[in-house]
Design a protein around this ligand. Sequence first.
Ligand SMILES: NC(=O)c1ccc[n+]([C@@H]2O[C@H](COP(=O)([O-])OP(=O)(O)OC[C@H]3O[C@@H](n4cnc5c(N)ncnc54)[C@H](OP(=O)(O)O)[C@@H]3O)[C@@H](O)[C@H]2O)c1
Length: 241
Amino acid sequence: MIVLGSTSEVAQAFVEKALQEGEKYERIYLFTSNREATERFAQHIDVKFLQQSEIIELDLTKEINYFSFDHINSNLLFCATGYLGDGTEEGLYDNKNTERIIDINYSKLVPVINYFAQKFEGKRSGTIIGLSSVAGDRGRQSNFIYGSAKAAFTAYLSGLRNYLFEKKVHVLTVKPGFMATKMTEGLPLNPKLTATPKQAADCIYKAFKKQKNIAYVLPIWGVIMLIIRNIPEFIFKKLKL
Ligand SMILES: NC(=O)c1ccc[n+]([C@@H]2O[C@H](COP(=O)([O-])OP(=O)(O)OC[C@H]3O[C@@H](n4cnc5c(N)ncnc54)[C@H](OP(=O)(O)O)[C@@H]3O)[C@@H](O)[C@H]2O)c1
């Protein structure tokens, strides 16, 4: 299994869920921009599941060395990479913040997924699971730079799914609502609409096994976003969402 964004608690809960369910992986490739934190997780799965893993450094704000990915052979890619950035008015007009949000959520991430998509295509097998966001379903005044990068990522995953369908590679787009993770630490989230990393991982694993195309975490977000997407623009533009 290839994991992008290995320090994400959702990514780690998904790895644990898959191993608990008895899935077998020759090796788990843990891509991370934080080696130290990922080493702890690698040791944990080694001790608990006797699972071999390898840590590969990947910081999307830096130059990427694709040669170091050459040896990787896998059938499953789980991408939890994401960056919320500063969604305040100050952040909106800070070009560094804007570029970082777009780079990590979309422009620097897509070539990495494409690299593995091509490998999967060559083998005519595999699944790519990408964590996008409900924020990409419709641009709202709160943090729409992040939302627009996620919208682009959702469109990319949709196109990739369509392109790879005949090549026997499946693409699952995951659209989380709120999840209680380090990304949302300190934010006032409605507990009824917020998934724990374990709940999110269970939901994603179920969607993966059912070969779903799109999955909302939690399913209630599918209903919420259906309503939000259908509010006429002349009303929507006046709302404080
Ligand atoms: N939490 C929510 O409410 C929520 C809602 C909707 C969508 N999402 C999406 O769900 C996914 C998982 O999010 P999460 O809540 O688990 O947040 P998270 O803990 O912040 O996970 C995102 C991961 O992205 C990786 N990342 C960040 N900057 C990077 C960089 N410069 N280069 C390479 N990797 C980088 C980090 O992994 P490493 O440290 O291992 O590099 C980080 O753990 C993300 O795509 C997020 O956008 C989250």
